[in-house]
Design a protein. Structure first.
Length: 433
């Protein structure tokens, strides 16, 4: 039985596995390395965050984005956008240098078994784990407007569903949303010969300003401190004090997770977007219907006036919804038993990222209602990895030593499957504080 199985091999999963291996845990890392970045972002996209705040986390502080860039003869500079392809390559390099071997398997189900878990995959025999960390990224939580669900799947898609936008050349495309994904998708569509129109409920688009230089006067740095999530004291709090956010009342955390760092476009995208993409601002989508091979979107202005937009395809850049119910690989009974944050469907977590089900840990988007908006960004991996692994070690210590524990990471070994009971009645709900 493994000490820890990490499910997901993006920035969070890779960072957690690197810390776990360095701590001497018997850890398995399951998934496709950097899958969301490699498979679900169009060619030509850039990283919105600054390079110095986009590091994966290794326990010795090494294997940074700057370290990778030095190996390939390039420099990642503050104020210069970094191609997504470069960041993906960095993640792959980190996986080779700092993390245990990534086992590229598809996880089908995580089920309680005894005091641990049974992890069933599509490729081989089940694994048995004393603890599990779910770092599944954002793809299980894709959000589409309800109005689109009456359309055939060929008529609409999510912005995360496209690796190549060139197939839309010569076609009308409605892009829904007002954040970076919507704005950059629309700009890329226009640049590849499509005819995009941006549709947004907001009455104005927000654009980030050009970042201030890193070297500034002490007074200016005090007034507007840099942080991994931007400039200013509010961004600094979300970036540097996730543990303090967790101590706030649940309704406050829910509100922060839902509203902090709202939709905005990167400063370097604005000119590309504004000169190529027409916009319909202050328009709400309330109906979508097929008309032959076209789609008619029923929109309503802020004044209540009806508008019909005729298009060939709809791309919803409408974000992701962090709800446990969408995490279908997790046993349904276990999901239903978990304590949640206030009225949300996100798990309530301990300071060590452990859920109310002992031994089950979460990382990434689902943890934002507990720890704040930094968990929606790569920058949050640094805070998460070390604390989660400390939580795992504390949980393993509470269960007693594992017989024959070697104290080193192992890869490529399958556990012997066993009987899988249902969710134990009255299973204890405890937190590691």
């Amino acid at each position: 039985m493994d000490d820890l199985v990490v499910i997901g091999a993006g920035p969070y999963g890779l960072s957690i596995a690197a810390h776990a291996a360095a701590a001497g845990l018997d850890v398995r890392l399951l998934g496709r390395a950097m899958a969301s970045w490699r498979d679900h972002m169009p060619d030509g996209m850039y990283l919105k965050s600054e390079p110095w705040s986009s590091n994966l986390s290794a326990p010795d502080g090494r294997h940074t984005l700057a370290d990778y860039c030095a190996t390939v003869g390039m420099t990642a500079e503050h104020g210069t956008p970094l191609p997504i392809g470069t960041f993906s390559a960095y993640g792959m390099w980190f996986a080779r240098q700092a993390a245990p071997e990534v086992e590229e398997v598809t996880v089908l189900e995580v089920t309680p078994q005894g005091e641990g878990f049974r992890v069933r995959t599509a490729e081989g025999p089940p694994l048995l784990a004393r603890t599990v960390a779910l770092a599944v990224g954002v793809m299980p939580f894709v959000r589409h407007p309800e109005a689109l669900r009456e359309l055939a799947p060929a008529h609409y898609s999510h912005s995360s569903g496209h690796r190549d936008l060139s197939g839309f050349a010569g076609r009308d495309v409605a892009v829904l949303g007002a954040g970076q994904a919507a704005l950059e998708t629309a700009a890329l569509l226009a640049e590849q010969g499509a005819r995009p129109t941006l549709v947004a409920r907001r009455t104005r688009l927000n654009w980030n300003t050009v970042p201030q230089p890193l070297d500034r006067s002490p007074l200016r740095a005090l007034r507007d401190p840099h942080s991994g999530l931007g400039t200013g004291w509010r961004s600094w709090v979300w970036s540097e004090l996730p543990g303090a956010v967790r101590r706030l009342p649940a309704p406050t955390r829910e509100r922060i997770a839902a509203t902090a760092l709202g939709p905005a476009g990167a400063w370097w995208l604005r000119e590309r977007f504004e000169r190529r993409v027409p916009v319909l601002l202050g328009h709400r989508l309330h109906r979508a219907e097929a008309a032959g091979e076209r789609i008619r979107l029923g929109l309503t202005t802020g004044a209540g006036e009806p508008v019909v937009l005729d298009t060939a395809h709809v791309i919803a850049a409408t974000g992701f919804l962090p709800e446990l119910d969408r995490l279908e690989l997790l046993d349904a009974g276990l999901r239903a038993a978990l304590e949640t944050v206030g009225e949300s469907r996100a798990p309530e977590l301990s300071a060590g990222f452990e859920s109310s089900w002992p031994g089950l840990f979460f990382a990434g988007l689902l943890t934002a209602p507990s720890f704040g908006p930094s968990m929606r960004f790569v920058h949050g991996a640094g805070f998460t990895a070390g604390r989660l692994v400390r939580g795992v070690r504390k949980r393993l210590g509470a269960r007693g030593p594992r017989p024959g524990a070697p104290g080193v990471a192992r890869q490529g070994r399958a556990a012997t499957p066993g009987h899988v009971p249902g969710v134990p009645p009255g299973h204890p709900k405890t937190y590691l504080r």
